[in-house]
Design a protein around this ligand. Structure first.
Ligand code: KG4
Ligand code: ZN
Length: 360
């Protein structure tokens, strides 16, 4: 069985990621990976400023590539291809990774693999790692008939989607948010009540001490037959409820309001996931993206999957947020299909659907 070794780069938002992954048969190993977070820089401004993110990527990326290659025990000659996130994301940030990948592919004469960011999130959950393993570096590729059709719930700062896969690197988006993404709603509500950026982890921690029934927010899109989401109305409902409180009440009831908000987001996600499971009868349910780190959401989906007798796969802890390992994992399957692009044609694309590179 030939080995496939890929270098993967991710710079779509505020994390610079570089990884080298290798596949031999059904075994995949992460040979080396690094992640540089810009979280502290963006926390100071309460959100990500694209040009600032791009500048940080430029400073971090070059040394990381050198170090990751050195740590992998492989030489550039041994790499089979270079994979990079081309979108969606912040245009100036994406461009840094795309231009680095373009240059390396040209200089080393390697194929270039364009990866859509959400493909990475999907593959971080699809491939089997040791259960409970927080820092998985070894994965097993399951047999196709064990996993397809697969249903993925991708919840991140920029996206909330339900995706059905009938085979590798082929995606059908069956539900999306009509406005804010789930993570974005967490970030905006956190900012409203004075919690730090990013809002998800802060809300999730404070919600543990609050009453999720303290405020009755209605579950968005509960009555709709489709599989879409909407979180902007809920965010406004939280804003109005918050404004009605005196400053003493705000201090007393902050945990209750964020717990009730989180409870409602989780209920909306679980409701549409259940509807999609009934419709598509998946063999596995996947949960990935930054918001997949949320324990309330994990618990709710675990219960739902158990009820339906479908295994739930959640990305290994360090792979829920953005990283290059997941980009490398997805790229290994794109490589099999020779999904390459020339260095002249590759382009950072801020808005890019997940099916962008599959044959029509
Ligand atoms: O996937 P990700 O790292 O970046 C994007 O591709 O967007 O997701 C980041 C999002 C942020 O909105 C952050 O607030 C949210 O994931 N997040 C969480 C938690 N940890 C991160 N949301 C809820 N609960 C968490 N524990
Ligand atoms: Zn992401």
């Amino acid at each position: 069985m030939p080995k496939t070794t890929l270098l993967a780069i991710e710079t779509s938002c505020d994390e610079t990621g570089v990884a080298i992954v290798e596949r031999e048969g059904s075994a995949i190993r992460v040979l080396a990976s690094q992640l540089a977070s810009q979280m502290n820089i963006h926390a100071a401004t309460g959100g990500v400023i694209p040009e600032v993110a791009a500048r940080e990527h430029v400073a971090a990326l070059q040394p990381m590539i050198k170090q990751v290659i050195a740590a992998s025990g492989r030489t550039p000659e041994q790499l089979d291809a270079i994979a990079v996130t081309v979108g969606p994301g912040l245009q100036p940030a994406l461009s840094v990774g795309v231009n680095a990948a373009r240059t390396l592919a040209y200089a080393w004469d390697k194929p270039l693999i364009p990866v859509q960011h959400l493909e990475g999130h999907v593959y971080s959950a699809l491939l089997q790692h040791e259960a409970g393993e927080k820092n998985a570096t070894q994965f097993t590729v399951p047999a196709d008939d064990e996993i397809f059709p697969a249903l993925a719930l991708i919840v991140s700062g920029g996206h909330t989607q339900l995706i059905v896969m009938h085979s590798h690197v082929a995606y059908e988006v069956v539900g999306s948010t009509k406005d804010d993404a789930a993570g974005e709603a967490f970030d905006k509500v956190a900012r409203l009540v004075g919690l730090p950026y990013p809002g998800g982890p802060a809300i999730s921690a404070l919600a543990r001490t609050g009453n999720p029934q303290g405020f009755a927010f209605s579950v968005p899109m509960a009555g709709s037959q489709d599989l879409n989401f909407s979180f902007s109305g809920l965010k406004t409902a939280v804003l109005y409820a918050w404004r009605e409180l005196s400053s003493t009440e705000q201090a007393e009831r902050k945990a209750d309001i964020v717990a009730s908000f989180q409870h409602t987001v989780v209920a909306a996600l679980a409701l549409k996931t259940a509807q999609a499971m009934a419709e598509y009868e998946p063999k596995v349910l996947l949960l990935a993206g930054g918001v997949a780190a949320n324990t309330a959401l994990q618990e709710k989906l675990t219960a739902l999957a158990q009820e339906q007798g479908v295994p739930l796969r959640i990305a290994s802890g360090y792979l829920t947020g953005d990283n290059a390992v997941m980009i490398g994992l997805a790229a290994l399957f794109a490589y099999e299909q020779k999904r390459f692009i020339s260095w002249q044609q590759i382009d950072a694309t801020a808005r890019l659907p997940i099916g962008a590179f599959q044959p029509q």
